[in-house]
Design a protein around this ligand. Structure first.
Ligand code: ADP
Length: 243
């Protein structure tokens, strides 16, 4: 579904992605792990053209990402993105936050968008919060609403950029559990995360980043139990995984 062909991304003289080659198949959950600053979020932002690339190609569903703004918007609609900061609209209820995208962008009638929003609230376990404003919700609840909002656009792939790193520890689990449910439903997901137990348990494939490159990739059991690269071992030890 997504193929990275020798992707290069520079910020001025600094090379943030230095020739990334990888692919993500439909229905797969891929976790990007590695030290801070290694390029994981940059790759995610290049995936939906939030950042233009300086070399190579990101191929989505068989076609390289367009550069023309109008076409970029069309492609971006097909990918849901969930950020570290949830950025819900503060003046809208949870329900309105979820239904407004389909209504304004896709032209879905209000009644259908509302029905969809209710079903997504149920999916993320927040049926009782439909009329709550973001300020009345915990961080974990807001992030679950943000996930529902992204799902309302019926994306073909979901991109998660450290979705739990701004949350209080006690609400991390509820967000990870919604993400695990999505994975079980067969959603294609690319996830930047520091949650190693989630990466190990839920992902089909792990990519280990360092200095703008993938230093190792493989199935979770292989990466966590028998990493081949010293740099992978070093990173895992650093985050408290015994290898
Ligand atoms: P990670 O997600 O692995 O922590 P990032 O992809 O966020 O890493 O960042 C990779 C590198 O690119 C870092 O050194 C970061 O400082 C740099 N970088 C990211 N975004 C920008 C930007 N907008 N301008 C300049 N440098 C950036």
């Amino acid at each position: 579904m997504v193929v990275y062909e020798d992707v290069v991304k520079k910020y001025g003289g600094f090379t943030a992605l230095n020739g990334v080659c990888a692919k993500v198949n439909a229905g797969e959950v891929v976790c990007l792990i590695g030290p801070s600053g290694s390029g994981k979020s940059t790759l995610l932002r290049c995936t939906n053209a939030l950042e233009p690339i300086d070399g190579g190609n990101v191929v989505f569903d068989g076609s390289p990402l367009p550069t023309e703004e109008r076409n970029v918007r069309l492609v971006r609609r097909r990918m849901g993105m969930v950020f570290q900061a949830f950025e819900l609209f503060p003046h809208m209820t949870a329900l309105q936050n979820i239904s407004c995208g389909p209504m304004t962008v896709l032209g879905t009638p209000k009644r259908d968008a509302t029905e969809l929003a209710h079903s997504l609230l149920k999916k993320v376990g927040l049926s009782d919060k439909a009329m709550s404003y973001p300020s009345m919700l915990s961080g974990g609840q807001q992030q679950r609403i943000a996930i529902a909002r992204a799902l309302a656009m019926k994306p073909e792939v979901m991109l998660f950029d450290e979705p739990t790193s701004a949350l209080d520890p006690e609400t991390v689990g509820e967000v990870l559990s919604v993400m695990a449910d999505l994975a079980r439903d067969g959603m294609t997901m690319i996830v930047v995360t520091h949650e190693m137990s989630f990466a190990r348990r839920v992902s089909d494939w792990i990519m280990v980043f360092e200095k703008g490159r993938i230093v190792e990739e493989g199935k979770p059991d292989q990466i966590f139990e028998q990493p081949k690269e010293d740099r992978t071992k070093e990173f895992l030890r650093h985050v408290g995984v015994n290898v």
